[in-house]
Design a protein around this ligand. Structure first.
Ligand code: GUN
Length: 297
């Protein structure tokens, strides 16, 4: 079998178009654009890239982007004061504090200070709790993006065996919850799982979020499995190159010989994260304005 390539980049572009159109309607109805505040503390190079991309994506989707850049030695008190100001600001529908934060700041304490109704990352314990009991809230962007790709490809997931590799609060746990809500039979595997390859080989759906370059090869996969690769790893540079190639947690070429469908890296899950962030910000705007959410997002 040669796997179908799941084009997350194209899917994300379509979602961003729809969100952009709905954001214009929101602005016409309310006299203001949906607004996303992004807070970056310190000078992490990868975070700089993400924050710039989020700001540009907001503007392209007819939303307001508010960027707050704070020095690396910002105190918890000052950061909490900013979060409180953003919580109270009616022009701000969504708040995202870019992680990781510098070491002296307690990430959980900062996330806990964000209003759950503006927590478009879905990281607040209230939103994690809402997801786990099936209440409406905000779902973390990456797993929600994976879920959109899966349902687009497979339709009904009822009764399918799904293995999520990785148990982070941001990806693995919410991913498992979403798959469970969709009636899949879910296993969360991790670094201590015994005979991981055998566990993964049972799966109709594999979601890999481990951060180990090309760890999952073709002999780990069941024929026809749908593989969602959340990993973004940079290989060491080839001689003469200054940067190594980006690869996922799955060895794409060989896995494609066995899988039914697979997301590439780059161009798979990555672009979905920002598209879902825009979607969540639009949802926040509609909820905060007390308006009914439009269909089809
Ligand atoms: N750092 C890497 N990815 C993310 C994300 O999705 N949200 C936030 N807040 N920080 C991140």
């Amino acid at each position: 079998m040669t796997a179908t390539r799941i084009d997350g980049k194209a899917f994300a572009a379509r979602l961003r178009e729809r969100v952009g159109a709905r954001a214009l309607e929101f602005a016409e109805a309310t006299g203001r654009k949906p607004g996303l505040a992004v807070v970056l503390v310190g000078e992490n190079a990868a975070s700089e890239v993400y924050v710039r991309a989020k700001g540009k994506a907001c503007v392209a989707a007819n939303m307001e982007s508010f960027e707050h850049r704070l020095p690396a030695d910002t105190s918890a008190q000052d950061l909490l004061a900013l979060v409180e100001r953003l919580n109270a600001d009616p022009a701000v529908d969504g708040i995202l504090v870019q992680l990781p934060l510098p070491e002296h700041l307690d990430e959980q304490a900062i996330i806990a200070a964000i209003s759950p109704d503006k927590d478009v990352d879905g990281f607040h314990v209230i939103n994690a709790g809402r997801l786990s009991v099936g209440q409406e809230g905000f779902v973390p962007c990456t797993p929600m993006g994976c879920m959109m790709l899966l349902t687009d490809r497979l339709g009904d997931l009822s009764g399918l065996d799904a293995v999520v590799i990785g148990r982070s609060n941001i990806v693995g746990k919410p991913m498992a919850q979403l798959l469970l809500d969709a009636n899949a039979t879910v296993t969360i595997a991790h670094s201590r799982t015994k005979d991981l390859a055998a566990v993964v080989r049972r799966a109709d759906i594999v979601v890999a979020a481990v951060g180990r370059p090309q760890m999952i090869g073709k002999d780990w996969l069941k024929e026809g499995a749908t593989v969602i690769d959340v990993g973004i790893n940079r290989l060491p540079p080839e001689p003469g190159a200054d940067k190594g190639r980006l690869v996922g947690d799955v060895a794409f070429d060989e896995a494609s010989e066995v899988a039914g469908a697979i997301t590439p890296v780059p161009g798979g899950v990555g672009p979905m994260t920002i598209a879902v962030l825009l979607r969540n910000t639009l949802v926040a705007a509609y909820r905060n304005a007390g308006l009914d959410m439009p269909e089809g997002l």
